[in-house]
Design a protein. Structure first.
Length: 399
């Protein structure tokens, strides 16, 4: 009998989207669902991006260079330079979202069977990218009690073996919102230098740090040829559907290898690159208002969670996510119940159960990720739902 691949069988469902069918069913019944499960901001995409596409007046929608439009890459290099990141356009390849950048980085730098160490919880799709590249993620667990700070560097050393080829971090972190300190990044730098490893760094949320600036891994001295940074326009400019990202590294051999994969998929999408290039023309203070809005949303969310009995959540420092521990036995079951059985004035809430952000069995079963991407009025309404739901949840399913 013909069957699908083992890869297909083992590919995990997204913890962010796997409950979508239950949310859709609720909506068909006329229920309003507050989506805190996914990082889809409701902040308006800059008009300049839409206008750039409208004004392109292309007679033929052609392929672009496989590396991306040259003028776009040059402007992106200027953007990084303004953040004290010393790169030029030759160090940048435009990718179809940050997702493709991560996959290309894995495929260019690692062989099948190689291992990378990743602090968990981590963005669930990393598992899929690793599976597609034939590599293995080795988790190092961080804890909600410490705010998901970097685990002791000794725990990384204990995991390093012959197959270990790199460390992968996300800063600011998705799903935790933690921002790695300069001291933590220097510890990682010293380790990759000592053990001759790559450092893969997902820096999609660098513009959203609420207690200070984020230090890019590309500014770490002495390891310039070991760092591969992945960026994206999805979150910065509330343009998730545009699917434009970038892979940035000073390692010329890596750039040449990634370019081969880029050529195999021909080119990034033309119109989205035009839009993204236009976004780089926004005023330097563009992010100030957006950052302030997210900070207010964060404070509203954390303020409400802190008053709920049995709920524990530290205030995240960056991105627009928070991880909360709930007084329930299994958040996968609880999140599904919210969509199928719970209603508060014909409304409910959709959350992302946290077990999918861990690879160590059993972890995250009492945690959820909340994306504070809705306005404060909707966040308060969603918290009304959560507070009422925790009280209404069957007693035998609570802690």
């Amino acid at each position: 009998m013909i069957t699908i691949s083992e890869r297909g069988k083992n590919m995990p469902s997204s913890p962010i989207r796997k409950l979508a069918s239950f949310a859709d069913a609720a909506k068909k019944e006329g229920v309003k669902v507050y989506h805190l499960n996914i990082g889809q901001p409701d902040i308006e995409t800059p008009a300049i991006m839409m206008e750039a596409v409208s004004n392109a007046h292309l007679k033929v929608l052609e392929y672009t260079d496989s590396a991306g439009i040259l003028s776009f890459r040059k402007k992106l290099a200027e953007y990084y330079n303004s953040k004290n990141i010393d790169v030029d356009y030759n160090d940048i390849l435009i990718t179809i979202g940050g997702s493709e950048g991560i996959l290309f980085a894995f495929m260019a730098c690692l062989d099948a069977g190689d291992e990378i160490i990743v602090p968990e919880p981590f963005y669930a799709n990393y598992i899929g990218f690793a599976m597609a590249a034939g590599i293995k993620i080795i988790p190092i667990t961080s804890s909600i009690e410490s705010g998901f700070a970097l685990p002791p560097i000794e725990s990384f050393k204990e995991k390093i073996r012959d197959k270990t080829k790199g460390i992968f971090i996300c800063n600011p972190n998705n799903p935790t919102g933690y921002v790695y300190s300069e001291d933590e990044l220097l510890q990682i730098r010293d380790l990759i230098k000592e053990k001759d490893l790559y450092l893969f760094s997902d820096e999609a949320y660098t513009e959203f740090s609420y207690e200070g600036k984020v230090k890019s891994t590309l500014t770490l001295e002495g390891v310039e040829d070991r760092v591969i940074m992945i960026d994206t326009f999805s979150k910065k400019y509330s343009a998730c559907g545009a699917r434009i990202g970038a892979l940035v590294t000073k390692n010329k051999e890596v750039i040449e290898a990634v370019m081969k994969f880029s050529q195999a998929r021909l080119s990034p999408p033309t119109l989205e690159q035009i839009a993204a290039e236009a976004a780089l023309g926004l005023p330097a203070d563009y992010f100030e208002a957006t950052r302030a809005e997210y900070k207010n949303r964060r404070d509203t969310l954390i303020g409400r969670l802190s008053k709920m009995e049995g709920v524990y959540c530290q205030s995240p420092q960056g991105a627009f996510y928070a991880m909360a521990k709930l007084p329930v036995i299994d958040t996968d079951a609880f999140c599904q119940w919210l969509l199928t059985d719970f209603r508060l004035s014909n409304t409910t809430i959709m959350l992302a159960p946290a077990s999918g952000f861990y690879t160590t069995p059993g972890l995250g079963k009492d945690e959820v990720r909340l994306a504070y991407v809705l306005n404060q009025t909707d966040i308060n309404a969603a918290m009304d739902c959560l507070e009422a739901a925790l009280k209404a949840y069957p007693q035998h399913l609570r802690k």
